[in-house]
Design a protein around this ligand. Sequence first.
Ligand code: ADP
Ligand code: 5GP
Length: 192
Amino acid sequence: MDSHSKNGKLVIISAPSGAGKTTIIKELLARFPRLEFSISATSRAPRGNEVNEKDYYFLTRDEFMQRVREGEFVEWEEVYAGNCYGTLRLELDRIWTKGNVIIFDVDVKGGMNLKNIFGKRALSIFIMPPSIEELRNRLIGRATDSIETIEKRVAKAEHELAYAKQFDVVVINDNLDRAIAETERVIADFIS
Ligand code: ADP
Ligand code: 5GP
């Protein structure tokens, strides 16, 4: 382990699907040159114009489980039935070696696991949707998932919201500009 691997910082962004994580993270990456996105591995198929090794490391289910057995993941979850997502140890080293701060887009459980592992080196942020109804509307508006998938994600969201208080910071994403500004402020404090 080099010194970066022992001291590197990380910012965790978690929220139910559709709350606005991806949108907010994209803005943060444009504003903080030292932030670098942790590319997760997943066993789900690419969606829309997602690119391998940029949005995700797309693996088959067998490849994913093989790497689980070999202990290559810091954390992983079967976030939705049949679809696994996880953070590879090598990904953390890739980013910390450059002296950058890692930003994660992970589900609520993954976010809590990373915070437990890294403690004060991690800032955990929960992005809160204004309501479940608005969350459903956003998923419908995004038009990337079938109605069945959307209903599964909404059902899971109701449970996930209960974990918000275990995060360091909760940001309500009703107004996008305000949510970005608030997230930007807490991250600036954390990495300064
Ligand atoms: P997540 O990554 O959490 O699943 P996305 O960033 O993909 O969520 O956002 C879901 C949808 O909601 C997208 O179509 C996005 O443009 C939209 N969205 C994000 N934030 C807001 C907001 N504050 N008001 C209205 N729509 C929003
Ligand atoms: P999607 O299929 O919409 O890209 O992502 C589904 C969910 O998986 C999102 O809540 C996202 O935050 C989560 N996710 C993505 N990568 C990881 C990861 O490495 N670990 C965990 N635990 N969750 C992840």
